[in-house]
Design a protein around this ligand. Structure first.
Ligand code: GRF
Length: 194
């Protein structure tokens, strides 16, 4: 899927603080990941990650979902914006919109997401609290290909943490996030080298 003659090109989609996006930027800067980021696109004007990407000198765009009457129209505009960059991989990094089947089909085999649980366990939101309440001993994060069903699709790589007696959702989320910041660059590296 990747053009090996040139450096693989990513477009990263965000909605919020952008710490996973930053971990990818850092991995590139450290020489651990040999890809380029063509653009960072947010669906929210107030996403902290947008200003972080700008500070890092990366092209940014805003496709504000509130400016569209339907999910379909938003996704079409988003797909058109992503297509401008012809990316090898479209990386969802805390992108908090459910994508239409058409969008997912358009980027088939090029669209990946990071989810804070050991999928297939705990799809959806509040994964850390739910893992604690379920009495799990382990929790973690997964990078997976995006398919039309939410938080489904083939898993690329996972990272695990033990759940401690003393954990609450906040402490557990912090330990999982630390793992995510290594997991996402590692998963991208795996995919571009396959
Ligand atoms: C991460 O926990 C990620 O797993 C989930 O959303 C969160 C995004 O955090 N999909 P950030 O914006 O990358 O800091």
């Amino acid at each position: 899927m990747v053009n090996h003659a040139a450096k693989a090109k990513l477009v990263i989609l965000i909605s919020g603080r952008g710490s996973n996006m930053l971990s990818i930027i850092k991995a590139i800067d450290n020489g651990e990941l040999d890809v380029s980021i063509a653009a960072v696109i947010s669906n929210r004007p107030d996403a902290l990650g947008l200003s972080l990407a700008e500070q890092a000198g990366i092209s940014t765009s805003l496709i504000d979902h509130k400016q569209f009457l339907s999910r379909e129209e938003f996704d079409q505009a988003l797909a058109a914006e992503v297509d401008r960059y012809q990316p090898d991989l479209v990386v969802l990094a805390g992108f908090m919109r459910i994508l239409t089947t058409d969008f997912v089909a358009h980027f088939k085999n090029r669209l990946i997401n990071i989810h804070p649980s050991l999928l297939p366990k705990f799809k959806g939101l509040n994964t850390h609290q739910r893992a604690i309440e379920a009495g799990e001993e382990e929790h973690g994060a997964s990078v997976h290909f995006v398919t039309p069903e939410l938080d489904d699709g083939p898993i690329v790589l996972q990272a695990r943490v033990n759940i401690l007696e003393t954990d609450d959702a906040t402490t557990l989320a912090a330990r999982v996030l630390e793992k995510e910041h290594k997991l996402y660059p590692d998963a991208i590296k795996l995919l571009i080298n396959r």
